[in-house]
Ligand binder design. Structure first.
Ligand code: SF4
Length: 265
């Protein structure tokens, strides 16, 4: 959650001009890029030499697919904001679970207390908490600071004998459609974290809704998921314009014209 934003160009943003986009506003990855002949006309009109969304994460892809310009500005403009109450509460809940599963404390956030028995069950397996996974373009493990894509799994453990991975996600607040997609990408990350995995199950706990969503994927079912994400990620990475895609969500976008942002919508 953001509050009133102030706008500053981020010094490391790469906004130098390059090739003109194709008819759909995209430059394909690997295509020849002619020498720049124009200067950027400002942040909103600049053509990017490389995507500011790489290394990607699921949240970057999700934001891009909703509105490319919103994603671009989120990662190229520095905003001064304070964490909202709901986000702070979610962070606090996550933090107590992390400490509980790491056996540093037995105290859980009040939002999580009804699920204490679940946490105790998970803790018996000595899970890895806040597990970071970083990959290269071939979906092989890569260093966090030199990767193509990355993400963090709230908790995970591996049952070696059965070659099964168990992943967990903690959610406060609402359930959104794109959480299904997030689960699918974490399933792919499990094959990187546990290379000989045969089956992965991910469970997302929605504490405020008292709901749990589960997805189980076998190894042979992972390739089509990877193909789908690869196609979407390559479109995102090859988009050097990242044009605004207006929709109902504009009314609460921090970059909108109404909020004094750089967008014309
Ligand atoms: S105002 Fe709308 S079109 Fe403009 S950046 Fe925000 S979401 Fe995208």
């Amino acid at each position: 959650m953001t509050s009133a934003a102030q706008w500053h160009p981020k010094p490391k943003a790469d906004l130098t001009p390059t090739a003109p986009p194709d008819s759909q506003g995209r430059v394909l990855r690997g295509a020849a890029i002619p020498a720049a002949t124009t200067k950027p006309s400002g942040l909103s009109g600049a053509v990017l030499t490389k995507s500011p969304l790489i290394p990607w994460s699921y949240s970057r892809l999700s934001k891009y697919e909703r509105c490319p310009a919103q994603a671009k500005w989120s990662y190229t403009l520095k905003r001064d904001y304070v964490q909202g109450v709901a986000a702070a509460r979610g962070s606090a809940a996550h933090s107590t679970i992390e400490n509980f599963l790491s056996k540093k404390t037995k105290v859980l956030h009040t939002a999580v207390l009804p699920y204490q028995h679940v946490m105790e069950d998970i803790r018996r397996f000595n899970p890895e908490v806040e597990k970071e996974v970083a990959i290269d373009r071939n979906w092989q493990a890569a260093p966090w600071n030199a990767c193509w894509g990355r993400g963090g799994i709230d908790a995970a453990y591996y049952i070696r004998k059965q070659r099964k991975a168990e992943l967990f996600e903690w959610k406060t607040g609402k359930m959104y459609d794109d959480h299904d997609e997030q689960r699918r990408i974490y399933i792919l990350f499990s094959a990187v974290a546990y290379p000989d995995v045969e089956e992965t199950r991910i469970r997302s706990y929605y504490f405020d809704l008292d709901k749990m969503k589960e997805l189980v994927v076998r190894r042979e079912e992972m390739e089509p998921i990877r193909t789908d994400f690869n196609a979407r990620l390559h479109i995102m990475e090859g988009d050097t314009v990242m044009a605004p895609r207006p929709g109902y969500y504009c009314s609460w976008c921090d970059f909108s014209k109404a909020k004094g942002g750089p967008c014309k919508f």
